[in-house]
Design a protein around this ligand. Structure first.
Ligand SMILES: *[C@@H]1O[C@H](CO)[C@@H](O)[C@H](O)[C@H]1NC(C)=O
Ligand SMILES: *[C@@H]1O[C@H](CO)[C@@H](O)[C@H](O)[C@H]1NC(C)=O
Ligand SMILES: *[C@@H]1O[C@H](CO)[C@@H](O)[C@H](O)[C@H]1NC(C)=O
Length: 417
């Protein structure tokens, strides 16, 4: 698990990093000026996190990492008070080793990044996360700063394509067991692995952020959500080397809107059915999104064979797809890198899926492919107003296997056959 610089079972510990910082806590002032942090993007600043400030559970805490444009870096301020806390840290680029911010704590906590935080390039590759927030409530990550995972080296040694048991590299930003969380304003860049992960969390909003990584970077999924409920993603630009957004087992009640996705592998539900006892995925709405130049558009993928679980009540509405290779795809024979035996079918039941007003262009003559399970065929699939052309004008087709559904008002011959 994560590289733990600190954690405490009872208190909401928070630790301050970077540059010259002074901390006022209950009348005490801590000067963290002499800990050697340098805003040069090279010197490790994370040991400053070891200077922790204990707060009673549920104390409000605000942390801001600020960049003061062109001002020299002098006396940035960190103030942590009993009634509410502020940390102000002036800008520049800071190297930060993996950190873990742990509760339990009821917050509110604000963590604002205005400068550029850089992950180490070649060290701590075995840490599962770079910046981890866990067991917190009312947490806001804000600012217009950048989390730069400096992932190029990690991608060059990533062998997950040939080694199914490969160890993942650090995720740029992870929320684990965060209730009432928000991520806004920031940019996540060049993560070594997934950019943002939300797991075992509820009521999380992600808004007005950008996620970038080169199209050929490995496993740089934009946002992954797993075992979480009531998540909203709105107005987000994502271009990476893997899924823009992926929703794993146990994810329910998610609304994804105004997302610009591409390059990458599109918006995916899955992979589902890799492990025993996975929880269902349901209540997902994807609407008003633009997906451009991706390998897949709207994809649901399940392993085969797989233990039983369900994917249902999914709505895709008003989606524009531009030059997407597989605009609509249900793949119940998912097997990345050909690592399975192809024996047996998936037992993941896919039902009640709606595709409403999906339009644009495909790189392929198939606009939709439903390759469902021979054991539990897809059912109650509704496709209404599907208008996707190939090569600028040619009509596209749909291919359907083990499929029960209905096409309505789709551009001919936009139907199975
Ligand atoms: C999608 O692209 C169109 C045309 O470029 C643009 O008008 C629209 O605002 C975009 N939608 C989103 C959600 O960004
Ligand atoms: C389907 O999901 C939507 C969105 O989460 C939810 O509002 C709706 O109640 C669900 N429908 C059913 C029948 O559960
Ligand atoms: C469905 O998926 C299986 C496994 O990938 C593949 O062998 C098969 O050709 C696919 N069917 C179609 C018709 O694409």
């Amino acid at each position: 698990m994560g590289f733990s610089l600190f954690s405490h079972p009872r208190l909401c510990l928070f630790v301050i990093l970077f540059v010259s910082v002074s901390v006022v806590n209950g009348g005490h002032t801590y000067h963290i000026t002499n800990y050697g942090a340098k805003p040069n993007g090279k010197t490790d600043s994370s040991k400053l996190w070891a200077t922790s400030i204990d707060l009673p559970p549920c104390s409000p805490l605000r942390v801001r990492i600020t960049r003061r444009s062109s001002l020299p870096i002098v006396n940035p301020q960190v103030v942590i008070a009993d009634s509410g806390s502020t940390v102000d840290i002036s800008g520049g680029e800071f190297l930060l080793n993996p950190v873990r911010l742990s509760g339990p704590c009821a917050g509110p906590i604000t963590f604002a990044v205005w400068g550029v935080l850089k992950a180490p390039e070649k060290t701590f590759l075995d840490s599962s996360d770079w910046i981890l927030f866990e067991d917190l409530q009312r947490l806001t990550v804000t600012g217009n700063g950048v989390l730069d995972g400096q992932g190029a080296y990690a991608w060059s040694v990533n062998n997950c394509k040939v080694n199914p048991n490969c160890e993942p590299f650090p995720t740029n930003l992870k929320f684990e067991n965060v209730i009432y969380g928000r991520i806004e304003g920031i940019t996540s860049r060049n993560s070594k692995f997934f950019n943002i992960k939300i797991v075992e969390s509820q009521h999380v909003e992600i808004e007005n952020i950008r996620i970038t990584a080169p199209a050929d970077s490995k496993n740089t999924d934009g946002i992954h959500i797993g075992r979480s409920q009531f998540v909203q993603i709105n107005n987000v630009d994502i271009g990476t080397g893997d899924d823009c957004i992926s929703l794993g087992p146990g994810t329910t009640n998610v609304v994804i809107s105004q997302v610009n996705c591409g390059p990458g592998h599109g918006i995916s539900i899955g992979s589902i059915g890799e492990n025993e006892n996975e929880e269902d995925v349901s209540g997902i709405i994807v609407k008003n999104c633009n997906i451009t130049g991706t390998t897949n558009g709207l994809r649901i993928k399940t392993w085969a064979p797989s233990p039983p679980s369900k994917v249902y009540n999914i709505t895709y509405q008003d989606i524009s797809l531009n030059g997407v290779k597989n605009p609509i795809l249900i793949d119940q024979h998912y097997c990345p890198n050909d690592q399975c035996q192809h024996q047996g079918e998936s037992s993941v039941e896919i039902s009640d899926i709606r595709y409403l007003n999906i339009y644009g262009s495909s790189q392929d003559e198939l606009s939709a492919k439903f390759n469902c399970s021979g054991k539990v065929p897809c059912k109650d699939i509704k496709i209404k107003s599907l208008n996707i052309v190939c090569n600028g004008h040619q009509p596209t087709k749909a291919a359907c296997y083990n499929f029960n559904g209905k096409f309505d008002h789709c551009q001919c011959p936009n139907r199975c056959g």
